[in-house]
Design a protein around this ligand. Structure first.
Ligand code: ADP
Length: 623
């Protein structure tokens, strides 16, 4: 994609003087409004006190010589003075004719009342002031809006200023504030080093990834991890949420992206963190709902900005999502979010460490056993564990206890399990035992059959939709797979189900995903690779002709393919059952261990798999 010329970042000195001008205008505003209120409410009104007299009353008092003095207020059209021994009076002749004024002054003159005229020069300003002040107030308001717009402040940048620079003044996070995500931390150390010393990397000509995509379930510490990178490398952290971009107004999202990147480049080296990137980065073709134009414009702007900054600009974009599968593939291309890091819900050790982090600055009682709490909280995310500790502290406070006791913590676990904020899954003891058995089944079948790679990690901690995971790695990169190796992979996929049947007598829904993958693999062995003895060297494309014509194979062939695939699946299952029956003691031992420690890898895993009895190949069972 072609990069656009970048908008220069706002000059800091210029924006400082804008801010000063805004401040002055903002201070002038209450002054002007106050002055206007004073003039209209007080100054413009005639300042006359005492008794109001009617004209006839006044004239008769004048005739009776009871009026002591008279002062004509020329601007107010009033006569004020004293009568009947010093009492004050006032008389309004506004709206009257000249003749009335002549009559009043004539009567005063005839009776010899001392009369004077008081000119009111300042009153003459009331009229112009009441016209001018509203204009000034309006002008001041417009000026504030204009200046705020120029300086990128809150008002003028309506739709632009959603990005927040966080961290200033608040304690910075480090990698030590994060537990249970060691692999992710390890991967991010390089980014940290780059941000801390960009010049060193530039001198080497080394380019670092511009975008890092953190994926994982909610509350597992993605935001915290990004903040920790900023804290470790001591750079500003700009954060915005994908949902902030999606506005009703066209162009606002794209403007926000531009503004965010301009701010970050001005402060480089810096981290831009986009939470919930799926809100804006959802695959473009799959959106049918209205308003997607705006989202596309925003996404395009994001792509343009990510392409636009030079590799040495020192801005690293980190984004978080719990739906990496729905992201637009353009986001994942090289030069954009090409580093992908998965964070999963923590395992037993991770949970213990997270609890310890959150309990570190709280007074814990002597009876508290954090590892025991970690064992009770299988399936909890980091955020859940943080709220367990906080809830326990609240309970202890309510009890007026000086320390948080074991009771508070276990009560808090109950509350968090029941509470509305609990989004992730909690495992019951029965589920845990079944998942442990299932995963141990995969591991033992894999270990018993050749060509399935080495089992590197077995875990009952949920990964994505799966209950647990068993990870096999091949020592060498293999390009080809033989027929027996593929059949063994089918057997490994069915190993979990076979173990459940063997140990619990029946299977569960936990194997659905395995079944789909095993059936797919078996079918492809037959129709893509010609690996069936009975059908011979036949390959039929799984897609079929796309011009609508009838496929070039008969229904009978399809039925035979099905039968062959089923034969492979049955043989594979029999092989898996056999492998597990032979190794039943080891299977039970590993399952039991998994229930307590949740994840086995390295030497502890090897110890379980050391004495696995190898099993006859699955293909021997296929006709
Ligand atoms: P996400 O961005 O993945 O939804 P957050 O980073 O916002 O999750 O995590 C929410 C809170 O949960 C954090 O502020 C922290 O208190 C706690 N938390 C989550 N994961 C961890 C972890 N691995 N270590 C320590 N605390 C964690």
């Amino acid at each position: 994609m072609k990069s656009q010329p970048r908008k220069p970042a706002a000059n800091p000195r210029e924006s400082a003087s804008h801010r000063q001008a805004i401040l002055l205008c903002a201070l002038a505003l209450p002054f002007l409004i106050g002055l206007y209120a004073l003039i209209v409410g007080y100054w413009a009104r005639p300042m006359t006190s005492g008794q109001q007299l009617r004209i006839d009353e006044f004239l008769s008092l004048v005739q009776k010589d009871q009026v002591g003095s008279a002062t004509i207020l020329s601007a107010d059209n009033r006569i004020v003075g004293t009568y009947a021994g010093g009492r004050r009076y006032w008389l309004d002749f506004s709206g009257g004719h000249e003749s009335l004024f002549a009559r009043l002054t004539g009567a005063l003159e005839q009776s010899g009342v001392p009369t004077r005229v008081q000119g009111q020069p300042l009153k003459g300003l009331v009229g112009p002031a009441t016209t001018l002040l509203p204009v000034l107030i309006l002008g001041d308001l417009i000026m504030i809006l204009f200046l705020a717009g120029r300086s990128g402040g809150a008002l003028g940048s309506f739709g632009r200023a959603a990005a927040r620079q966080v961290g200033e003044g608040s304690p910075t996070l480090t990698f030590a504030d994060l537990a249970g995500a060691d692999e992710a931390v390890e991967e991010l150390r390089e980014i940290r080093d780059f941000l801390a010393e960009p010049a060193r990397f530039a001198a080497m000509g080394a380019s670092v990834p511009r975008g890092v995509l953190l994926s994982g379930p909610p509350g597992c510490g993605k935001t915290r991890l990004a903040k920790a990178v900023a804290g470790e490398s001591n750079v500003p952290f700009f954060s915005i949420s994908g949902s902030d971009f999606v506005e009703m107004y066209v162009g606002v999202g794209a403007a926000r992206i531009r503004d965010l990147f301009a701010q970050a480049s001005a402060a480089a080296p810096a981290i831009v963190f986009i939470d919930e990137i799926d809100a804006v980065g959802r695959a473009r073709s799959s959106s049918a709902a209205g308003g997607s134009d705006e989202r596309e414009a925003t996404l395009n702007q994001l792509l343009v900005e990510m392409d636009g900054f030079a590799a040495d600009s020192g801005v690293v974009v980190m984004a978080a999502t719990n739906r990496p599968d729905i992201l637009d593939s353009a986001l994942l291309r090289p030069g954009r979010f090409d580093r992908r890091i998965t964070i999963d819900t923590p395992d037993l050790a991770g949970r213990g460490a997270i609890l310890a982090i959150h309990a570190a600055c709280k007074p814990l009682g002597d009876d508290v056993d954090l590892p025991a709490i970690a064992r009770q909280t299988a399936g909890f995310s980091g955020a859940d564990l943080a709220s367990v500790v906080n809830e326990a502290a609240l309970l202890a406070t309510r009890r007026r206890s000086a320390t948080i006791g074991a009771w508070d913590l276990s009560e808090a676990v109950e509350r968090v399990v029941a509470g509305p904020s609990r989004r992730s899954r909690v495992l019951t003891a029965a589920d845990k035992a079944r998942i442990a058995c299932h995963e141990a089944g995969h591991a033992f079948v894999a270990a018993a059959l050749p060509g399935t790679g080495q089992v590197a990690k077995v875990s009952i901690v949920a990964r994505g939709h799966a209950g647990g995971s068993t990870l096999s790695v091949n020592e060498q990169d293999r390009v080809l797979a033989t027929r027996s190796e593929l059949a063994h992979r089918v057997a490994v996929l069915l190993g979990g189900r076979a173990a459940e049947r063997l140990v619990f007598g029946e299977v569960s829904t936990g194997s659905n995903d395995d079944l789909v993958r095993a059936a797919d693999l078996a079918r492809r062995m037959v129709w893509e690779c010609g690996m069936s003895e009975r059908l011979g060297p036949l390959a039929v494309s799984s897609a079929g002709p796309n011009d609508g014509s009838a496929p070039p194979w008969s229904e009978q062939t399809v039925a035979e393919i099905d039968a062959e695939a089923r034969a492979i699946l049955a043989a594979a299952e029999a092989t898996a059952v056999h492998a597990l029956t032979v190794n039943r003691a080891g299977l039970d031992a590993m399952a039991a261990a998994l229930v307590t420690v949740e994840t086995l890898e390295g030497p502890s895993l090897e110890a379980f798999l050391a004495d696995v009895a190898p099993t006859a190949t699955a293909l021997a069972l296929v006709a």
